[in-house]
Design a protein around this ligand. Structure first.
Ligand code: 6PG
Length: 238
C-alpha cells in the first residue's frame, strides 16, 4: 500500500493481482468498518456506486456474515430510471448485494417516480435526512473521464455538485455524458464518510486515475480527493 500526497489530494493505493482478490479485500475492509460502526452506535450507513465494476465486490460483500439487519445501504448515485430498468443501480444492488447474508440489510433507493429530476432530488433530500449520517463507508467508482458519483465534467451544475460545504444531501444532475438525468449524493456527504474507497479496475482506469492526479484541469475525482479530510483508499486490479 503506497500513500501518496499530491497537492492536497491524498490517497492510499491498494493494488491487487486479480479482481477477485480485490473484491475479497475490499469486502473485508467494508464489513470491518460496518461492524465497528454497529459496535459503536448500534447502526451503520453504507453508500455504494453502480456501473459495471462493483458486481464481484457486491457478491463478496453479500456473503460476509455481519449484523446486516443493522446496516442501511443507499446509493452514491442513480440514473433516473425505475428499479426494473437494466440501467438501474438500485436493481444492480438488489440483484448482487442484497442477497445471502446481506439480504436483511435495509435499502434506501434514490429513484422514485417524480415529475422531474429536481423534484425527485428535493424529495430525496427530505427523506434521506432521517438516515444516521455521516456515512460510515462510501465506495466510489470512476469513469474514464474522471467523473465519480454523478459528478460528470459536463454536468450543468458541476460547481454545486462539487461544493464541499453544500447543505444538500441529494442533487439533480443533467450531464449529456451521463445518459439519463441523474441523482447523486453531494460532495459534502461523500467526503464526510468514515471510510472512502475508490474501486477501479483495468489499465485504462489506472491511467485515467494517474492522469487525474497529474497537472492540468482538475477532474471531479481529483476534487473529491482534495476535499476529503481523510486519505481515499484506492482499490485497483488489472
Ligand atoms: O451510476 C454510475 O454509473 C456510477 O455510480 C458511476 O459513478 C460509476 O461508478 C462510474 O461511471 C464507473 O462505471 P463503471 O464501473 O461502469 O466503469
Amino acid at each position: 500500500m503506497a500513500r501518496e500526497q499530491l497537492n492536497g489530494a491524498s490517497y492510499n493505493w491498494n493494488g491487487f493481482a486479480g479482481r477477485q482478490d480485490l473484491a475479497a479485500a475490499l469486502a473485508g475492509h467494508v464489513t470491518a468498518r460496518l461492524t465497528k460502526a454497529i459496535d459503536e452506535r448500534g447502526t451503520a450507513l453504507l453508500a455504494v456506486s453502480g456501473g459495471t465494476t462493483p458486481a464481484k465486490f457486491f457478491a463478496a460483500l453479500s456473503a460476509i456474515p455481519i449484523a446486516w439487519n443493522k446496516v442501511t445501504v443507499t446509493l452514491v448515485d442513480e440514473r433516473f430510471v425505475p428499479a426494473s430498468s437494466p440501467r438501474s443501480n438500485a436493481g444492480l444492488v438488489a440483484a448482487n448485494l442484497l442477497q445471502n447474508a446481506a439480504a436483511t440489510a435495509r435499502f434506501v433507493p434514490l429513484y422514485h417516480e417524480a415529475t422531474s429530476i429536481e423534484t425527485a432530488a428535493a424529495s430525496d433530500d427530505t427523506s434521506l435526512k432521517a438516515l444516521a449520517w455521516p456515512l460510515d463507508v462510501v465506495v466510489l467508482g470512476m469513469g474514464g473521464d474522471g467523473h465519480t458519483a454523478s459528478f460528470f465534467p459536463d454536468a450543468d451544475n458541476l460547481p454545486a455538485l462539487l461544493d464541499p460545504a453544500s447543505q444538500r444531501i441529494v442533487l439533480p444532475v443533467h450531464a449529456p455524458s451521463g445518459g439519463e438525468p441523474r441523482l447523486t449524493l453531494s460532495m459534502a456527504r461523500i467526503i464526510a464518510a468514515g471510510f472512502i474507497a475508490l474501486h477501479i479496475e483495468g489499465e485504462d482506469k489506472r491511467t485515467a486515475f494517474e492522469d487525474a492526479m497529474g497537472p492540468g484541469a482538475k477532474k471531479p475525482i481529483r476534487k473529491v480527493l482534495e476535499a476529503a479530510p481523510i486519505p481515499v483508499e484506492v482499490f485497483w486490479a488489472p
